[in-house]
Design a protein around this ligand. Sequence first.
Ligand code: AMP
Ligand code: GLY
Length: 306
Amino acid sequence: MSKVLIVGKGGREHALGWNFEKDSEIERIYYAPGKGKTDSGKGINIGIDGTKKDNFPGLFDFVKKEKVDLVVVGPEAPLNNGIVDYFNSNGYFGIFGPTQNQTLVESDKFYSYDLMQKLGILQARSIKCSNLEDGLDAIDRFSGSVVLKHRGLAEGKGVKVYDSKNDARRDIKNFLNSFPGDFLVADRLYGEEFSFFGLADGNIFLPINLAIQDHKRVNEGDKGLNTGGMGAYAPAPVASIEDLEHITNEIMSPVVKEIGYKGFLFAGMTKSRSGNLKVIEFNCRLGDPETQTMVMMLENGLYRPV
Ligand code: AMP
Ligand code: GLY
């Protein structure tokens, strides 16, 4: 029998626990910190917020004392703050997630842009910028409309999508007030978006063969600002089985092999009308709310996926 600990307290973490709850191999699910009803059934909210860097030592002590077999990390913040490195450097390897360096696939858009360029993975054409002048110059170098993308983490909100280059020019100061620092000016991609993820062990990528769509923009008719995602459904018909195979073989597996990636890997994809697939972003974790939808559709438990 195994003990599992989930770091986080959102819907995604509850959904992971819901999946683990059904696994007869698992006797206990600790949540750090969890919330409300995760403290029921096999679940216990342990009162340590494992998402906070200051709490890594306390969490580590708990994991050792309770002989936890597997630690799964939900949100990006603790991964970014090096929770996996911390546990590994103290001799605990039962934690599933990327090292701090590997989280750059999500937290640094310059890094992920360069990585995709190196591996020949299709993405939007982008120009790296550091200030207003760079940005205005870059906008002029595109023929169609553009998006502005903050270089660092912004909970899915650091991107502004414009209908024209003039709109971008007019708004760039506002954008830089909200998100100071480095950014990309990128081609605006048109098409249907979907999320795709799987697990990696540092060498092999194991896909969860499902295209999932989340509802991103506020207001009716997809007219408002982007949110982190407000609901999801699957399977999204936009992607065929061949598309998912292509993403696995030509996108996810090369990234995993190139940087020895371990953990959940998530690609935000777009498919154009003519069927071209491009990467919008990588994330170093599962999606929220996509995970809530995904676990309802799995035939096997996530604890023992094969
Ligand atoms: P990201 O933080 O890169 O995931 O971007 C958040 C959202 O912004 C995406 O889910 C898209 O809806 C939108 N977005 C990002 N890049 C582009 C792009 N090049 N063209 C059109 N929309 C984009
Ligand atoms: N729902 C999108 C994300 O988790 O990044």
